[in-house]
Design a protein around this ligand. Structure first.
Ligand SMILES: Cc1cc2nc3c(=O)[nH]c(=O)nc-3n(C[C@H](O)[C@H](O)[C@H](O)COP(=O)(O)OP(=O)(O)OC[C@H]3O[C@@H](n4cnc5c(N)ncnc54)[C@H](O)[C@@H]3O)c2cc1C
Length: 453
């Protein structure tokens, strides 16, 4: 979500064009200036490599990052997913320190908590066991406890999620919900500014950024990447290239010819985010929290300034709109999806205003088969993947930079990551992350959407 008066928009005009650009002397080309590419650039540059970031767009963070709901939460179905999100939360909480350089506005992590309302058939026990292992605090709240803590919420169960055209949509509630609250959840108030902060820091440490530069080819020879070509024909030679192209990642993988050994692939999926005004009793600082409502098939949160955003969780009744070319789709919300989202959210929050016409935005997730990301090398030496973020990796971006720096350093030093996965030490939590979990060649044990645990 791009927020009101977004200070990051000014970055677009800052003269990062390809004109007059000397393409020699780079150790790394990062393709994509979203929050992932910016985080990767920062850590690789800080790690001692000379980094060039190229993006076809005209602003840092102007791709799918700008549409992100930027929710910070820990509800993942895998232990490593929980470890990563818990570690990264600490980085958002100390954002200026994490950046190591900050001038001008920086984004803010609002720790408003997060309430997870499970579907009636969701067994939370395995996830709670992982929370105990990692040390992530949570509270289980029954309906009376919820009524006391969140009086703005209607506590009936409406499961399963439906479309407003379904005659049963407005049926009365059956049963009452219970939920799990996590006090350390919340959101970052400006996702595009987060990318700009990371990129400003990367530039401070010496990285170069070129906007309005589309990568049109990947140079390769003798099983190794040699660089990229840009529209206009310019070649940039570098021994390492990182695919951080977000929903366009599959196009870049096809250019690089690395799809051959990928058991996990990526595909763009269109998303609508509905926007309204936050109820006065559920705003930021007035009782509002992040809601993941599996009972109704929505997630939602308030935004500083008084708006309220609602997204979907790929409920069974919701059609999936896959996109071969994300650039071909309008950035405006799908009217039918808008209506479904806002009306479902209003069943939980009866004071939510229903706008007269669709308000919000549309963008794309970069989705894998198991909805977990790929942070890995590829079959082409020197070509790395930070992709498949599946609508749930904004929160991990600062850590992803560190993961990719550790991975690139190990692989470029000859480490056989495919057979002996690299591990990353998490400095805030003292935990260790097994990067083998994010392999392009992993067996995926899960079915369906793992985004929400
Ligand atoms: C609607 C929505 C809501 C979300 N909500 C959350 C949330 O609440 N919490 C959470 O943790 N995550 C969330 N996510 C996911 C998170 O926002 C994304 O995982 C993250 O922003 C992806 O960042 P990225 O840098 O990989 O991609 P992008 O920001 O899309 O950046 C990729 C960049 O690559 C550039 N590019 C592509 N191809 C080329 C090329 N050939 N040449 C040059 N440049 C190229 C593009 O122009 C683009 O700028 C959400 C995502 C969406 C879309």
């Amino acid at each position: 979500m791009s927020t009101d008066g977004n200070p990051s928009a000014g970055f677009a005009a800052a003269g990062f064009d390809a004109a007059g650009f000397d393409a020699a002397g780079f150790d790394v080309v990062v393709v994509g200036a979203g929050v992932i590419g910016a985080a990767v650039a920062l850590e690789l540059q800080r790690g001692g490599r000379n980094v060039l970031v190229v993006d076809k767009g005209d602003a840092v963070g102007g791709g799918s990052t700008s549409a992100s709901s930027s929710i910070i939460r820990f509800t993942y179905s895998t232990l490593d997913g929980i470890i990563a999100s818990w570690e990264a939360m600490h980085q958002w909480a100390q954002w200026a320190a994490h950046l190591g350089y900050a001038q001008g506005p920086i984004c803010r992590f609002h720790r408003v908590g997060k309430l997870h309302i499970p579907a009636p058939d969701q067994d939370l026990a395995p996830m709670l066991a992982n929370f105990e292992t990692v040390g992530v605090p949570y509270e289980l709240l029954d309906a009376p406890a919820l009524a006391a803590r969140f009086p703005a919420l209607e506590l009936g169960s409406f499961h399963p999620p439906r479309w407003p055209t379904d005659p049963a949509f407005f049926d009365p509630a059956h049963g009452r919900i219970s939920a799990m609250f996590q006090p350390d959840g919340g959101f970052v108030d400006d996702p595009q500014l987060a990318a700009v902060n990371l990129m400003d820091a990367a530039r401070h440490f010496g990285a170069t950024v070129r906007l309005r530069c589309r990568v049109t080819g990947v140079l390769r020879g003798s099983g190794r990447v040699l660089g990229v070509t840009l529209d206009g024909g310019q070649a940039v030679h570098a021994p390492v290239v990182v695919n951080a192209a977000g929903p366009w990642s599959s196009q870049l993988n096809a250019m690089a010819g690395v799809l051959d050994d990928m058991r996990i692939t990526t595909r763009a999926l269109r998303q609508t985010i509905a926007s309204s005004a936050a109820p006065s009793t559920f705003g930021v600082g007035s009782g509002g929290t992040v809601l993941a409502d599996m009972d109704l098939g929505t997630y939602s949160r308030p935004q500083p300034g008084g708006s309220y955003l609602v997204g979907g969780v790929e409920a069974e009744c919701d059609p999936l709109e896959w996109a071969d070319d994300p650039d071909a789709a309008a950035p405006t919300p799908d009217p039918a999806m808008f209506e479904a989202l806002i009306l479902r959210a209003a069943r939980r929050l009866p004071d939510l205003a229903i706008p007269h016409r669709p308000a919000g935005l549309a963008s794309h997730y970069d989705v894998t088969e198991d909805w977990l990301p790929i942070y890995d090398r590829s079959s082409l030496d020197g070509f790395y993947l930070a992709i498949g973020t599946s609508g749930n990796q904004f929160k991990n971006a600062p850590l992803v930079g560190q993961m990719m720096n550790t991975l690139v350093s190990a692989c470029e030093a000859g480490h056989d990551h495919d057979n002996d996965p690299v591990r990353v030490a998490c400095t805030h939590t003292g935990l260790t992350l097994d990067l083998g979990q994010f392999s392009r060649r992993r067996e995926f044990a899960h079915t369906g959407n793992n985004v929400w645990g």
